[in-house]
Design a protein around this ligand. Structure first.
Ligand SMILES: Nc1nc2c(ncn2[C@@H]2O[C@H](COP(=O)(O)OP(=O)(O)OP(=O)(O)O)[C@@H](O)[C@H]2O)c(=O)[nH]1
Length: 513
């Protein structure tokens, strides 16, 4: 064979092989499959390690999702700026003038009014009303006005749903069931909350958020019991079931749990639901989701913060202060792993140091840590609990109670509640924070009662003054708040002089550094 022919053949073979390799690469055949974490079975703490790895993965994904959202926001912002540039200058000045004329408050005010309207619509349309309560503060998530509005209608039935029972100790759930059961039928509930898109069939593809399967997420308790009760109420005709409650108590989650699909938007962000939504559970039960109830401004400050759907974002320190006032110091020190503190500012200072949150020049970033602290309290993970009061003057009279109980199969309810409580994994009392605030919250149902909100000076300063007066024990009692809730104003003598022994007790620079 001539040399030229041999080289020609060799070249052809090389080209052919290159082509084959290229195609294989395109198909992804050469790629090594991703290995799962393999831990030998005899390794100690295997389950813990796997759980930690899974949590880490979830966190990474969450971060990626957040970054993506931020990027999208930035792009949208840039686009807006470019669009504005393109518009003629005349239009710009018109828009500016309009903006100047429009005050900021009416937007919030109108939206609050519309929330009110939507809640009223739900109460009017529904045959059965479920008032959803947060098991961590059931009394605080009850609304006197809404309950009265329902009880005034003779044909409507009112049931309480004690949701999030996985976040409080078991004996506390039992106590609350007993306490609330004296007034109205109450059902213990735990929603299914986890959305595991990764485990769904077709993982990796884009999943339509409206049909994410929740059945594989965390287990729910009380759903079948609630359906049984509702079916017993609709023997002759189909019924509409309205869900009411303050923000973040889990109304939308409850619907998703009953439906086993994500049909309503859920989030730890308050006021996610803005309008009435109806969802058919089956051919006899239609559920109406409502926006959160509007909180009346005459509630104690902590209740106002815990239950309101909207907040001014700049008040983190004041809000954190309000919450800390009602918590047991020992438990807070244990939960957040901080040493003894005198007031909320000192606690936030210590927490910022503990979590490594510093501003420029090495100063602890108290604002940032206050925001994180509040997010935890508003989220669905922190375990805190309130204790039912020894006696409570009820706004429901005995005839209304007995009428409501007659309409519902209470024996079935009791047995189902016992079954649900047995199944749930509750936190131990030592891991949860006792929260000393138990008030029924006043709400607003009449939109004409909503008054324009005035900008008030931050109450942090005032409260810090109070803190200093109260000293170490954080002695503000619920009674004092009751007084403020009922409108009785007490005049406190506030001394603006430094306490005499203050400097001797504690030198911040020396003791702290
Ligand atoms: N741990 C736990 N978290 C829950 C439970 N139910 C709801 N959540 C969480 O509570 C948060 C609020 O739930 P939503 O269903 O959006 O509450 P909502 O009452 O509809 O809130 P709004 O839209 O503000 O009215 C979400 O982060 C849920 O995951 C529960 O039973 N247990």
């Amino acid at each position: 064979m001539s040399c030229s022919k041999r080289f020609k053949i060799q070249k052809k073979v090389r080209e052919h092989r290159r082509k084959v390799r290229k195609e294989a690469k395109k198909k992804g055949g050469n790629r090594k499959p991703k290995r799962d974490i393999t831990i030998p079975n005899d390794a100690p703490f295997k389950e813990d390690i796997l759980r930690e790895a899974e949590q880490r993965k979830q966190r990474r994904e969450e971060l990626r999702r957040q970054q993506k959202l931020e990027r999208q926001k930035e792009v949208a912002k840039k686009r807006k700026v470019e669009e504005k540039k393109d518009k003629p200058t005349e239009q710009k000045t018109e828009v500016k003038e309009k903006k100047k004329i429009k005050p900021k408050t009416p937007a919030v005010k109108n939206s609050t009014k519309s929330l009110c309207r939507e809640v009223n619509k739900v109460i009017e349309a529904a045959d059965v009303i479920l008032e959803v309560l947060d098991a961590r503060d059931p009394l605080g998530s009850r609304c006197v006005q809404a309950e009265q509005a329902v009880l005034q209608c003779p044909n409507k039935k009112l049931l309480l749903v004690l949701n999030k029972m996985d976040l409080v100790p078991r004996n506390n759930v039992e106590k609350w069931l007993q306490f609330l059961g004296n007034e109205l039928p109450v059902i213990a509930f735990k929603c299914s909350t986890q959305v595991q898109e990764k485990n769904l069939p077709g993982a990796g593809k884009r999943v339509n958020p409206a049909c994410v399967d929740l059945s594989r997420g965390t287990v729910s308790y009380g759903a079948s019991s609630l359906l049984k009760i509702l079916h017993s109420l609709c023997q002759t005709k189909a019924i509409k079931v309205g869900l009411i409650g303050f923000s973040n108590v889990g109304k939308s989650s409850l619907i998703n749990t009953l439906k086993q699909y994500k049909v309503c938007n859920v989030g730890s962000l308050r006021g996610t639901t803005r309008i009435m939504q109806d969802v058919n559970i089956d051919n006899r039960i239609k559920i109406l989701d409502s926006p959160s109830l509007v909180v009346s401004p005459d509630n104690p400050p902590a209740t106002l913060f815990m239950r309101s759907a909207f907040h001014r974002d700049d008040d983190h320190l004041a809000h954190a202060n309000k919450i800390l006032k009602h918590c047991e110091k020992q438990q807070i020190m244990l939960r957040y792993n901080v040493p003894d503190y005198r007031n909320s500012s000192e606690f936030l200072d210590l927490l910022a140091r503990r979590r490594g949150l510093y501003k420029k020049k090495g100063l602890p970033d108290v604002e940032a840590v206050a925001k994180i602290f509040l997010d935890e309290w508003m989220g669905a993970r922190l375990c805190y609990y309130t204790v039912p009061p020894a006696s409570c003057s009820s706004h429901i009279d005995a005839t209304q109670t007995s009428a409501m109980k007659k309409r519902v199969n209470c024996k079935l309810l009791d047995s189902e509640n016992k079954r649900s409580i047995k199944g749930v994994r509750n936190p131990s009392p030592s891991c949860s924070i006792p929260f000393h605030l138990s008030h029924i919250t006043n709400g607003i149902l009449d939109e004409n009662e909503i008054i324009e909100q005035k900008e008030e000076p931050s109450d942090l300063d005032n409260e810090e003054m109070e803190d200093k007066d109260i000293g170490e024990d954080q002695k503000e009692t619920p009674d004092a708040e009751e007084q403020s809730a009922s409108g009785k104003k007490t005049v406190k003598s506030v001394s603006f002089d430094k306490p005499a022994n203050m400097d001797e007790d504690y030198d911040f620079n020396a003791d702290f550094n």
